[in-house]
Design a protein around this ligand. Sequence first.
Ligand code: NAX
Length: 325
Amino acid sequence: MKTPVHIAVSGAAGQISYSLLFRLVAGDLFGPEQPIILHLLEVSQAMHVLDGVVMELQDCASPLLYRIETTDDPRTAFKNADYVFLVGARPRGPGMERKDLLEVNAEIFSVQGKALNEVASRKVKVLVTGNPANTNALIALKNAPELGPENFSSMSRLDHNRAVSLLAEKCGVLTTDVKNMTVWGNHSTTQYPDLHHAKVKGQDALSLVERDWFVDEFISTVQQRGATVIKARGLSSAASAANAAIDQMRTWALDTPEGDWVSMGVLSDGSYAIERDLMYSFPVTVINGEVSIVKGLDISEFSMQRMKLSEAELKDERDAIRHLL
Ligand code: NAX
């Protein structure tokens, strides 16, 4: 057996974690040969719920699960962590403005960024899922000066997977036949799922679907998918979000397949005229664990307008919490 990896999960008593943790102990991240030690972080009021989750994890009798530690202290949770899923966040409460939500979460992620800076592995991979995911990731990164941008990403994979699945369904193919999907921007309704570079069985996606379907249906369906799930289920996406978190972390650790890329929220380096210092979803490749933004794609005016709209929203979010950067 290999040496166990340390995986920290915040928001461990919440609904996404209720899928994520069981997938982790089943070996869905790194396979059946990789033991894990779980570090579970919650707020103190939710520790009793977390106790119940821990009992259920133990009751799985997973051969991969070496140990579980629970805590309400980020410094304890992130000590020596190799992989960190920052899932926990404060939801919007009654009467709370968007700005209030940004601020309260910014506080949480600045504390967690500092703790990661102090105690996590220097090679840690921190994936931020808790909303507003892109800006929360930016805050965590900026509060961890001894780590670098390469240690942080925000989750775009659920949006990416939704886009892949919708295109595959439209074309009557398997999701594995779809390559080079791109979702640009923020994890919000301004995100821009882009078919200009996507391929279906090697053919240009836009040669296989009507332009009107792409413009009038595809984009908004992907943008609104989270809200549509809430309307149907009465709760936000959880199992699909956990699945996406595992997909994104696995790709980040084990690379993108030859000839394909994925969408990931990473610190902008100014590519495609997107302002630096924003966590923005770009098409990326991962080779030997190193993430690179795919360069040199032709961007139409139609696309650029949408990419800029999402950039503007991220700039507004950053302005609202600038004092914590
Ligand atoms: P839940 O409200 O079920 O769970 C969140 C958990 O986080 C709670 O148990 C809460 O006690 C805990 N928590 C809050 N503050 C914490 C802190 N400072 N430290 C540790 N734990 C803390 O939410 P859930 O449905 O699990 O969603 C979690 C987050 O993911 C939300 O912010 C949600 O908006 C976001 N999402 C992000 C997605 C993405 O694609 N990036 C998609 C799914 C999801 O909506």
